[in-house]
Ligand binder design. Structure first.
Ligand code: GLC
Length: 739
């Protein structure tokens, strides 16, 4: 065996084949037998200089980079070490499948099932640790999905995050073809990643801890885009608020009950016969007037549009796409399947010409109707008359592209078309998608599709969202209350309590199900729901700081416990709690009739948000949570930036920033911008720093380039509120009650 190194590419050869190691940077290696096509997705894999060393012995080639070492043997398999500690062995296989009667490509990774964990894979409805199960990446719309035995959902996120005895590394498989993952199911000590079409080709993502690995992965696939601040607000939806009266009724009830609300989503009934970008005028006689009326009251309207287009020779969008040959084809003819409008054709979103045409159409639609965002559905793509055949043709320009290769990226190609619809008006996109892969969050945010009003779906909402969050889908949420089936009063309440700090919160339910708006049950349900939404709206600046970090650095907003406490064995096993940033811990009730739950508080001191009780961490505690209570804990000695008394998030109207001090000291940096335009890219934003110690507050403007509407600074300390003019303060004395 021998090796050749040319710039950042090392080729290790035996008599049969070669293994390539491409050094992208010190946290990122691309390792392959043969490189796959990655032209359908955008990766930030332009090499940066990184120091590495290659050495040859009789039996091995040794490759060193930073703390990591790869020892490659004569079979071209390799062992991975970190600081001389053995982590795992990578094995490349090319076996024959009896069922498919085809050769497939396999990468095997060794683990010790007693102390190692395998996280990631995005939206699977399962636990955080994926060991013991089989999964697949093939975008699937099957509303019967119930649990961890269901291999594929709407997204195909080919990312695995390994914790090998608490050392983390990630693997990202960049091809768009279907993968399968046997996560230590067949053999307890082996993770097998298989693919028929894609060669053994993956990115090995390194880093000193889980945070660095996650950020390096996000750097590669693209940080999630900067959302509008308003998108942290509450959205109400159902299939469907099908006419103007129903939309107004929702709006009026929210207003009457003083329930916070930022968006109402329109499901498919608003369309004329389910034709995308049309309005059924018998249901909505003047959409623009409606959206304008709501906008005046700071509530905006989002409209669904489905991937496939109604086959209708009187429909100009259909005709335009057909005339220009921009539908996907089978045997050179437009391919037809059935979706909501009946017979439908599938725009070939892979083709830039199609993207352009459809985005112009979308632009006109949102402008004419005052629509604030696009909800992109059925883009796996979903089809009711069997799946799209593998040879449906999506070729464009000179690129040959069949459905097998395009399927998983079809949804991404759809949402990518719409980015310019918003950015050309200097507005941050509101593009909400069901399908996607790891690279999609730079164009769109997501929900997890059609869950059910079932208690175990509530439990999975945590692990599903958390797994997505560490897999680069950092701005996401599930249908609160559950989509399919009838929810109950108790389930709905527990759902909002549990999901209150998910980045995106929307209550949505299916056609013919029981109403599940916050006021659909009784006064008790309404009051509890309101109490919690009010809490959410207080935390908006805290959450917006995290949105900024997400977009800037690729760090998740919500995190599994182990993400913040990777030295803590117990943190790895917690599926029913989550962290929001580093200061907020959520431990809700997730079971029917339960009034007590065990909460794991990691080491440090915690403050119960509702009772202000201080609790020492490093142990499990039992918490009593009646129906109106949930386990929210703040890390002691911290400052949480907050807003007050908001029912809608209109950044320019918010004139008060609140600093809530928990404990005796704390420090926080606060990011502020206009919350909606692309101006932050021109550095039009502010950063403040607040420090509190010994009852003295320092509040500084670290960076100032945005004209802030803040007029008042409030400080909450030891249950007292102190009000000041909004400006810089040095050594401002704030005395607590206890002095
Ligand atoms: C799909 C979506 C769901 C929507 C329904 C009707 O099932 O996942 O959210 O309500 O279609 O448009």
């Amino acid at each position: 065996m021998e090796y050749k190194a040319k710039k950042n590419l090392i080729e290790v050869k035996n008599e049969n084949s070669s293994l390539f190691i491409e050094v992208i940077n010190k946290g990122l290696l691309r390792i392959y037998k043969k490189k796959n096509n990655t032209d359908l997705i955008e990766l930030n894999d332009s090499p940066r200089r990184a120091l590495f060393k290659v050495e040859e012995t009789n039996d091995f080639i040794e490759f060193n980079i930073g703390d990591y070492k790869l020892i490659i043997d004569k079979e071209l398999n390799f062992k991975l070490f970190k600081k001389e500690k053995y982590l795992t062995t990578f094995n490349f296989n090319h076996p024959f499948d009896d069922v498919e009667k085809r050769l497939y490509y396999q990468v095997n990774i060794k683990i010790d099932d007693k102390k190692d964990y395998v996280f990631g894979l995005g939206d699977k409805m399962s636990y955080l640790d994926k060991k013991g199960y089989f999964f697949a990446s093939y975008n699937t719309d099957d509303p019967s999905h119930q649990d961890e035995l269901f291999p594929s959902l709407y997204k195909s996120i080919n990312y695995l995050l390994f914790s090998i005895d608490k050392s983390f590394f990630g693997l990202y498989f960049p091809s768009t073809y279907r993968y399968t993952y046997d996560i230590a199911k067949t053999n307890l000590d082996t993770v097998k990643v298989n693919n028929f079409n894609a060669q053994q080709d993956f990115f090995l993502i390194l880093g000193k801890d889980v945070k660095e690995v996650t950020q390096n992965y996000s750097d590669l696939v693209g940080h999630p885009y900067m959302v509008r601040m308003k998108m942290l607000g509450y959205s109400q939806c159902r299939w469907s608020y099908e006419n103007e009266e129903m939309v107004k009724d929702v709006f009026n009830k929210f207003k009457e009950y003083k329930l916070p609300l930022d968006y109402i989503h329109l499901d498919i009934h608003y369309m004329d016969g389910y034709r995308d970008f049309t309005i059924d005028k018998t249901r909505f006689k003047d959409m623009k007037k409606l959206t304008d009326t709501l906008k005046k009251e700071d509530v905006e309207v989002i409209a669904i549009n489905d991937a496939a287009i109604k086959l209708d020779t009187n429909f100009d969008l259909y005709n335009m796409l057909e005339k220009n040959g921009l539908f996907s084809k089978l045997n050179d003819k437009t391919y037809i399947n059935t979706v909501w409008p009946g017979e439908s054709a599938f725009p070939n979103y892979a083709d830039p010409k199609c993207q352009k045409l459809i985005s112009e159409y979308a632009y006109k639609f949102i402008k004419e109707n005052g629509i604030s965002g696009l909800w992109c559905d059925m883009n796996e793509p979903a089809s009711f008359n069997g799946p799209l055949p593998k040879d449906v043709d999506h070729s464009f320009n000179s690129r040959k592209l069949d459905h097998e290769e395009e399927h998983n990226v079809y949804g991404e190609h759809m949402v990518k078309s719409f980015v310019s619809v918003f950015t050309k008006d200097n507005i941050r996109p509101y593009i909400f998608t069901r399908a996607g892969l790891s690279t999609t969050p730079k164009y769109a945010f997501a929900w997890n599709g059609d869950n059910f009003s079932l208690w175990h779906h509530l439990r999975y909402s945590l692990t599903q969202n958390l797994s997505q969050s560490i897999s680069n889908f950092m701005f996401n949420g599930v249908d609160i209350g559950g989509f399919g089936g009838d929810t109950t009063k108790e389930l709905l309440i527990r759902w909002i309590e549990a999901n209150l700090f998910m980045p995106f919160i929307r209550n949505h339910s299916s056609l013919n199900t029981k109403n599940q708006e916050p006021y659909a049950f009784d006064e008790e349900a309404l009051n509890i729901y309101k109490k919690f939404l009010d809490v959410r709206y207080k935390f908006i600046p805290y959450l917006y700081n995290l949105v900024y970090e997400m977009n800037k650095k690729g760090s998740p907003i919500i995190r599994p416990m182990f993400y913040n406490y990777e030295d803590d064995d117990i943190a790895y096993t917690i599926n029913d709690q989550y962290m929001v940033g580093i200061d907020l811990l959520i431990a809700p009730i997730l079971n029917k009739d339960e009034r007590f739950r065990q909460v794991y508080l990691p080491k440090g001191e915690w403050v119960n948000y509702f009772t202000n009780e201080k609790i020492k961490g490093g142990k499990f505690v039992v918490l009593h949570e009646n129906l109106a209570e949930s386990g929210y804990f703040i890390r002691n000695n911290t400052i949480i930036p907050m807003f007050e008394n908001l029912l809608h998030i209109e950044k320019e109207k918010i004139d008060t920033l609140v600093l809530h001090i928990y404990g005796k000291k704390g420090k926080v940096k606060i990011y502020e911008d206009d919350g909606k335009s692309m101006d932050y890219l021109k550095d039009i934003y502010n950063i403040y720093e607040a420090k509190f110690d010994n009852e003295v507050l320092n509040f500084k403007f670290i960076y100032q380039n945005y004209h802030s509407p803040f007029k008042t600074l409030k400080v909450i300390y030891e249950n007292k509120t102190y009000t000041f003019e909004f400006k810089e303060y040095t050594n401002l004395s704030i005395k607590g009650d206890n002095l």
